[in-house]
Design a protein around this ligand. Structure first.
Ligand code: ATP
Length: 278
């Protein structure tokens, strides 16, 4: 395991109403890394995200360890975590991630005031600068609107801006593109790639069942099935040599979709749907 892991999950066990749903899950995300957590529907991805973020419902019981920046947080709710052990979050449901009664500007200036110590005016300016850096148009107009007055893609960008404004070491993105059309999906993935995974930006845990999206973003994948880790390796390796039957299904789906769109297309043999290892 990497010694400078931003996230370290060790022997994580999650029970819901007494029933085991995630068992002995171990993985890490290093600083500057983008890792995807892949698994079929119901395999425990969102419950794992909830445990990492400190957002599990009361019916969920967690054992094992979740360390963020070296701080044990498995038992600590999100609101009680120290600033260095908080993570940013981006979810599929952007409506419930934003307050419908508060303007986008008022929501976005908040973390700049709280985490950057800026005045109200400077915080609004910082929010403008951040949205400009995310290639958003008509920023002043957008800042005045309520979340319901934005498109799904715009709302997701605001959610990402909110996550980034909290200066987290880690962003957990749980199916952030699932509710979006194909073009907007691509824009959000591009933005996530630009805003994470370097020495100066947060590490990313990208949760999905879409290996195509994972390939556009991540170098490494952790694959779970029925709450257990079944494979963990670089995506290049997994695509070339999938071990578990769900991994093989994922690779087949990738081959059947549009292999030419995979970003490392020069290495991708469109006829075989396998990586050229030579
Ligand atoms: N609050 C809850 N109460 C009862 N059961 C739950 C709860 N949350 C999740 N589960 C169950 O735990 C299992 C794992 O759910 P989870 O949402 O983590 O799956 P997932 O891998 O994220 O699925 P998907 O890809 O469909 O979102 C499922 O069988 C689900 O029905």
């Amino acid at each position: 395991m990497s010694s400078d892991a931003v996230l370290r999950v060790n022997e994580l066990c999650i029970r819901v109403d007494g029933q085991p749903v995630v068992s002995d899950l171990c993985f890490h995300v290093a600083a500057g890394e983008r890792v995807c957590l892949l698994g079929p529907s119901g395999s425990g991805k969102s419950l794992t995200a909830g445990a990492i973020l400190g957002l599990s419902p009361h019916s969920v019981h967690i054992d094992g360890s979740v360390c963020i920046n070296g701080v044990e947080v498995a038992d600590i709710r999100a609101t009680r975590r120290s600033p260095q052990s908080r993570s940013g979050m981006v979810f599929q449901d952007t409506h419930s991630a934003l307050n419908p009664l508060v303007s986008v500007g008022a929501q976005l200036r908040e973390p700049f005031m709280r985490f950057h110590g800026l005045s109200r005016k400077s915080a609004m300016e910082a929010a403008r600068t951040m949205l400009a850096g995310m290639n958003m148009e008509r920023i002043d107009d957008i800042l005045q609107r309520s979340p319901a007055e934005l498109s799904g893609g715009q709302r997701q960008r605001i959610c990402m801006a909110l996550a980034l404004a909290c200066r987290p070491a880690l962003i957990v993105a749980d199916e952030p593109t699932t509710a979006l059309d194909v073009l907007t999906q691509e824009e959000v993935l591009t933005l996530l790639r630009e805003c994470t995974g370097t020495a100066d930006t947060p590490a990313l845990l990208f949760i999905s069942h879409d290996i195509g999206a994972a390939c556009r973003l991540c170098e490494r994948a952790v694959i779970i099935d029925e709450g257990r880790l079944v494979e963990s390796n670089t995506l290049t390796h997994i695509i070339a040599n999938p071990q578990h039957h769900f991994s093989r299904q994922l690779v087949r789906a990738l081959r059947d979709s549009a292999p030419g769109t995979v970003p490392w297309a020069p290495d991708f043999d469109a006829r075989e749907g396998l990586l050229c290892t030579a």
